[in-house]
Design a protein around this ligand. Sequence first.
Ligand SMILES: *Cc1c(COP(=O)(O)O)cnc(C)c1O
Length: 396
Amino acid sequence: MEIYADNAATTKMSDAAIAVMTDAMKNYYGNPSSLYLKGQRAKEKLEQARLEIADIINAEPREIIFTSGGSEADNQALLTAALLGGKKGKRHVISTAFEHHAILHTLKKLEKNGFEITLLPVHENGIIRLSELEDAMREDTCLVTVMTANNEIGTIQPVSEIGALCRKKGILFHTDAVQAVGHIPIDVKAQSIDMLSASAHKFHGPKGTGFLYCRRGIALSNLIEGGAQERGKRAGTENLPAIMGMAAALRESAEGMEAHNAHKAAVRDHLIRGLSQIPHSALNGDPSERLSGNVNFSFEGIEGESLLILLDRRGICASSGSACTSGSLDPSHVLLSIGRIHDVAHGSLRLTIGEDITLEQADYIIKNVKEVVEYLRSFSPVWRDLMSGKREFILK
Ligand SMILES: *Cc1c(COP(=O)(O)O)cnc(C)c1O
C-alpha cells in the first residue's frame, strides 16, 4: 500500500489543473504584455484566472497580485505594512509564536531594522486569545499578522474576530492563509482581512505560484522591480500556465470543499481515536478547531525521524514537523509554542490527509504507527528510563 499523508507539505496536482496547464503551454504561450492577438489572448486568460480567484475569496480582481508562492506573498505583505507603518513612525508588529518561517524570518529582518515585534502565545490548544491580542495593541502598532490555519497542528484562528478588532483599532491585518485557502471558506470582506497570502501547491495546483490579496487603498510595495506587470506591483513575465492551473485547482477545491471536509474530518477522527490507543501519546492542537485533514501526535520515548523513515518503508509518507525544518534536529517551534518540551516534541508525527483517503488506508496507518512506535520503544534508552521510573512520563 502507498499512502500520501503529507498534504500540508504539498499536494498532488489535480488532473484538471494539469490539463489546463498543458493547454496553456501549448496554446497560450504569448506574452500577456504583447499587443498582438497572441499576447492579448494570453492576457485574457490571465485576467480570467484573476477574476475566478478573486471571486472565491470575495475580493475584487484588482486586489489579487500573482506571486511565486506563499513565501513571496508573506514577504511582500510584511514589507508593505512595515514601509507604511515606518512612514508614520509606527514600528510595532504583532504576530504569533507559531507562524511559518516565511513570516517569522521576515519579522526577524524587520526587528534588525528597528521594528519591535510582539509574538502572542498560542497556548496548549494552539489558538491565540483575543484579549491578549487587544492588550498587545499599541498606538504605534502598524500590523497584526496571524496565520489562518497552522501548517503543523492545523489549528484555526478566530480570523473574523481578529479582523474586526484590527479594523476597529485602525491596524492593518494580514493573514497567512496558505493552509486555509481551498480548504475552509474565506471571505476577505466579511472577515475584515486587509492582506492574505495563498499558495497553489497546497490546494492541488502547481508549485511556485501563489497570490497576495491586498485590499484596495493599501499601497503595496514591490519586492521585485522591473516591468509593469501586476499593475507595477510585481515585475516579471507572468507564469501564465501555473496561474491558470492555480485558478482551475482552486475552483475545484472550492466546489468540493464541503464534501471533502466532511469526509476528511470523519477519517481524521478515526485516526485520532486509533492513535490515542498508543500508551503515552497525545494529540497536538485543539481537537475540533482544526483543519479536517490534520492529525498531529506526540509519542513519548521515540524520535520522530526514525518513525518517519520506518513508516516510509511501509509506504506511508508523513512528516514529523514542517518540511522546512526536517533535516535539522531542532524540535519544531510550533510544538514548543504549545508547551511540548524538547524530548516530547521530537517524538511527533504529522499526518495530513487528502480527500482521496479511505478508511482502509487509515486503518493501515493506525496499525503501522502502533507497530513502529512499539518497535522503536523496544530499544529506546529514554523509554527504558521511563518504564523503570528513572524518568517521569510527561504524557500520561
Ligand atoms: C507552505 C506554506 C508557506 C510557503 O508557501 P510556498 O508557496 O511554499 O512558498 C507559507 N505559509 C504556510 C502556512 C505554509 O503552509
